[in-house]
Design a protein around this ligand. Sequence first.
Ligand code: 13P
Ligand code: SF4
Length: 358
Amino acid sequence: MRDSRSGNACLQSPRDELNRPDAAAGPQWRAGLDEEYADLAKRLETLVPCLEIPLHLAWIDAIQRLKRERGALIMAHSYQSPEIFHGVADITGDSLALAQAAATCDSDLIVMCGVNFMAESTKLLAPHKRVLIPDPEAGCSLATSITAAAVRALRARHPGVPVVSYVNTTAEVKAESDACCTSANAVQIVEAMGTDKVIFLPDRYLGNWVATQTRVELVLWNGTCEVHETFTGHEARHTRETFGAKLVAHPECSPEVLAEADFVGSTTAMGRWLEREQPTRVAMITECSMADNLRNRFPRIEFIKPCNLCPHMKRITLPNIHACLRDLRHEIHIDAAVATRARAALERMLAVGRQEHV
Ligand code: 13P
Ligand code: SF4
């Protein structure tokens, strides 16, 4: 049965479910939603189960209205679920793009749909703005792999060697660092230190990959991303051989996986590579939502998904974005002394910018 006005088969009876008197507290379906969000519903149709679309639209509409009332800006990382990425975000991208946007945006209220270190970076770069995160438990295995005390100990062991830390770290760790980097500019930042040796932390796989691209010697830490470390070289080869797919991998994957990849780069660079190369079929070796969020941009490319979900990114949902905006809850606060030093490391990164093609 099709919806008589929008013609979208996904927008049928479940909306009646939304309006049941005993339905869980949440936004109600209102007349006209299907016409208002017809384009979005069409985009989501191929990305999320059909039955979920009316539920998502009711939340999306409520969030859009609250966002306008509050004058808020919503940022979403490329690993956010499609209903967030396509439905409510004003700015989307990799962690470098979000940091750059935080430094220049003109809204006084920012909701970061991503993990904690991203919300902290936003606050550091927009110190006079109110920054909220829908779920403060959204962490990152890399950020918890190292402490500020461990960075101080590393410096003591390698006197005079500068520290470059991946943005996937706490503000306290950034404060102990000379500069930050993301996967989009790691090689450039390491080389910008102007030394023969750099302490690079905390991701040992990203560090291994950077070491293959530069003559600078790197002292590495033993952190890993719990999502990317689970892909194996065997799995990558199997995907290529079985599906004849090109392989695009995030540099947080192991060296065995990266050796199989046709392209290695940040989440934004993956999209740029697809634009340039236009492969017939591609496997995105990274978080699952990445392929979903790119699929609409590349309708002629077939996406294979040997992907893993990031449990931290997936803590962010439409209901908790709505609650965070409604109650202005989960605001990010950073100790002033830590913030000053951490901001300097981030600003040094922003001064260098983005590396071509990654
Ligand atoms: P990007 O810097 O490519 O956005 O990646 C961040 C991240 O957390 C990847 O796991
Ligand atoms: Fe952290 Fe990995 Fe999740 Fe990225 S995908 S936020 S590195 S745990």
